[in-house]
Design a protein around this ligand. Structure first.
Ligand code: PLP
Ligand code: COI
Length: 356
């Protein structure tokens, strides 16, 4: 089924930023999508309206108990002018897995994707063109019922906002530095680590702040029980090239199942790499490093795309990876994935979805 929504155009459109030096998530487009949910009615009143502040009852559940979820995907414009999304139904499916975990009502996958398409279509002139840029799409749902008891809300709002962005890591493809966190933990099996909810990020800020103070951009999280096995990066999944094996941590219930991660695994298989999803301990990593077998590390995510990691700090020991340069596997994955996303490479995996 195809959903359609009324559009109220913004009478005061904003100035589009230049693609040069675009940062991540600082500029927003002219319009946004909003839709409400009420118990007994379901999702209703989806519409596109001028971007702007919203009003919320101070007792809205989301403000007190964090019943909120979000997603992230991107829109691209190819040389021929086709506007396309990357695997948006994967985001729709993950939304419903997160919703289920947070007791937020399910949302029809076509409704989710059609709302995004309709909004991107209205603001498609905001899609930037430079290398590493895209129109970032942020769908999110939050509980709006004014009620202070602890239970799931009976009312919600689903919104989508858009932001023309550059690479998440300001230096683009220059390797980043990661701090292996050994005090705080991000998630444990049975918690909300594999859901995409605000609380996972709020709880990670303290560790990230400490890492920043030490000159490291992001955290590499270890498992929440033994603090031994690698989980993921603050806003991305982690890949390693150890010898001739491309490795990423297996999905264990506390790691976010990244869509870029899934795409890299599929591409590696397609290209004939030996690729494993398995447990990988920080000791194994240090060992491989000492033996000269840790060839590459990279982050994968919608915002991060594929981003090389040049340095790890664990308990005072520094590991410099691939001479702090991007390695061949990371480069190939970046070129292929970003190439497919932007239409520079033929979509031989069938991953793009036109916005028509
Ligand atoms: N892990 C975390 C914690 C993230 O925030 C993200 C970003 O969305 C990812 C992994 C990568 O997921 P995806 O590739 O679906 O963007
Ligand atoms: C994304 O890559 O879409 C993310 O959600 C990362 C974000 C937390 C900045």
């Amino acid at each position: 089924m195809k959903y359609e929504f009324p559009v109220t155009l913004n009478p005061n459109p904003g100035k589009k930023p230049s693609s040069e030096g675009l940062r991540f998530g600082t500029v927003f487009t002219d319009h946004m999508f909003t839709m409400d949910y009420d118990e007994g009615i379901g999702w209703h009143d989806g519409k596109i309206v001028p971007y702007g502040p919203i009003s919320l009852d101070p007792a809205a559940c989301c403000l007190h108990y964090g019943q909120e979820m979000f997603e992230g995907l991107k829109a691209y414009k190819t040389e021929s002018g086709r506007v396309q999304l990357f695997r948006p139904y994967m985001n729709a499916k993950r939304t419903n897995r997160t919703n289920d975990r947070l007791c937020i009502p399910e949302i029809d996958e076509d409704l989710f994707v059609d709302a995004i398409k309709a909004l991107v279509k209205v603001d498609q002139d905001w899609i930037p063109k430079g290398e590493g840029t895209a129109l970032y799409i942020r769908p999110f749902i939050f509980a709006t019922e004014p009620f202070l008891g602890v239970r799931q809300s009976k009312q919600y709002k689903f919104m989508v906002i858009l932001s023309p962005v550059g690479p998440y890591f300001v230096n683009g493809l220059a390797p980043t530095k990661m701090y292996v966190e050994d005090v705080y933990v991000r998630a444990v099996k049975g918690g909300t680590g594999e859901a995409k909810c605000a609380g996972n990020y709020g709880g990670s800020l303290k560790a990230q702040e400490i890492a920043h103070q030490k000159g490291y951009e992001q955290i590499l999280w270890l498992d929440g029980i033994h603090q031994k096995y690698i989980e993921e990066i603050g806003a991305a999944n982690a890949f390693f090239v150890i010898g001739d094996e491309v490795v990423t941590s297996e999905l264990n219930g506390s790691i976010l199942p990244g869509i870029t991660r899934d795409s890299i695994i599929a591409l590696c298989k397609y290209k004939g790499y030996k690729v494993s999803e398995r447990k990988i301990s920080i000791d194994e990593l240090e060992d491989a490093y000492k033996k000269g077998e840790l060839r590459e590390m990279f982050a994968s995510g919608t915002a991060a795309i594929v981003s090389p990691v040049g340095e790890l700090l664990y308990k005072g020991d520094v590991m410099v990876i691939n001479n702090n340069e991007i390695g061949p596997v990371a480069k190939e994955m970046y070129d292929t994935i970003y190439g497919i996303q932007t239409g520079k490479i033929e979509d031989f995996m069938g991953w793009t979805e036109p916005v028509e």
